[in-house]
Every structure is written in C-alpha cells, then in structure tokens.
Design a protein around this ligand. Structure first.
Ligand code: ZN
Length: 225
C-alpha cells in the first residue's frame, strides 16, 4: 500500500526541525545586563532595528526611562516610542490585543526590565513557551545596594540565555565598573528606596556613579570631575 503523502502539517513540521530533531527556530527569553551607562538601551534599539529590517514585527516596552516618557532614550541620542509597563499591565494581554487587531508580534524588546515586576518576568516566559514570541530583556542586575533587583533575579533564574553587555564602563580608577552607586550629597548612599530616579550627570540631585567593587565598598568617588 502506498504511503500517504505528507500533509502540509507534516511538511511544516519536517522543515521546522534540524538534523538532530530539535526545532530550528524556537523562541527564547534572553536577558542582557550591565551597569548604568553601558549602552543597554542603545543595544535594545539596535536589536529592534535589526529584527524589523528582517521583516519581523515587535513591540518595545520600557519602565521609568530617563526621559520619564513612553519612549526608550539613549545617552547617545537615539530614541524610540515605547509602551510604558505599569504594575497592572499584562504582557500576554498586550500581545493578544495586538493579535486581535491583526498586528503580528514576533518579539518583545523589554528595556529597563529590572524595574518590571516578577510577574512580568513570568509573563515573558509564558510568551516564549506558549506564544512563540521572542523576548529580549535589557536591564541592570543590581541596585544601589549591590543587591539583585527582584525582576533581574527572576530573569537570571528563567532566561534561556543571559549575557553581560560587553561595553566596558570604567570606574574612575580605570578598573571595570560593575556596581551602580547612588550618590546623595556627595556620598555613596547605603540605604533608601530601591528605585530613585537620577542620572549619571554630576548636576543631578541624586545621581548614580558606576564604580568598581573596591571603590563601591570603600565609598571612594575619586577626584572631582
Ligand atoms: Zn575603582
């Protein structure tokens, strides 16, 4: 008896698998982290650009961008409109809503992801596993006390790939900058709210300065700039 011809589903299935039987394209949750000033938002927008150029459709989300508006801005001048992530925003509902409008969503670019909630990170994982949407999250690992942000911790736990952004930010001493010191009245703050908006420019009332671990621990901000 002749073997039945493969149906479209079988063909699609065969085409979608590599020689080792693993899917050729499987959505993934990726977390890119680094200290302030290391170019995370720039990389997020570059990632968005690269995917869009290949005909993929995505959404850019952010929270507490330095512009305090619904956009991703970068220190080198790039910007892009973005969806502001609030506590009660459900990322799955956001994607489903777009699909209902007939808009494809192939991927999410989640900037400032350390400021999202742990629930948002769980939603990212579900978008990857159940919706086949790629999620690229960008954010800080640790807060001004050098402790992991809860969302960053969850991303380290759940992400398929974690990468430290390879743009070196140097401490004033020339060592690699690792930790985000909050500077209040010229001193390194050791306690306070986990999230306080500031910038890395000297004139800000509350500012942040990236330091090596040694100088973070000693609280030495170096010679005045
Ligand atoms: Zn140093």
């Amino acid at each position: 008896m002749a073997r039945p011809l493969a149906g479209p589903d079988d063909v699609g299935c065969a085409a979608a698998r590599g020689v080792d039987g693993r899917p050729l394209h499987a959505a993934a949750l990726r977390f890119f982290w680094g200290p302030m000033d290391c170019g995370k938002s720039t990389m997020a927008l570059q990632m968005n650009y690269n995917h869009a150029r290949q005909g993929r459709r995505g959404l850019v989300t952010t929270r507490i961008d330095r512009s305090l508006g619904p956009q991703v801005t970068t220190r080198i001048g790039l910007s892009h409109t973005a969806i502001e992530v609030t506590d009660d925003l459900d990322l799955r509902a956001l994607v489903r809503g777009r699909w209902d409008e007939g808009v494809r969503v192939d991927y999410l670019i989640c900037d400032e992801a350390s400021f999202y909630t742990v629930a948002h990170v769980e939603q990212m994982a579900e978008l990857v596993d159940s919706y086949d949407v790629d999620v690229y999250a960008f954010g800080l690992a640790t807060d001004f006390r050098s402790c992991l942000f809860p969302a960053a911790q969850r991303l380290f736990e759940l992400a398929d790939e974690v990468a430290r952004i390879q743009v070196e930010v140097l401490c004033w001493c020339g060592r690699e900058g690792l930790l985000n010191a909050r500077v209040v009245d010229g001193r390194v703050a050791r306690e306070g709210a986990q999230v306080v908006i500031g910038d890395t420019v000297d004139t800000a009332e509350v500012r942040y300065q990236v330091l090596c671990r040694r100088h973070y621990r000693s609280g030495d901000l170096g010679p005045r700039r």
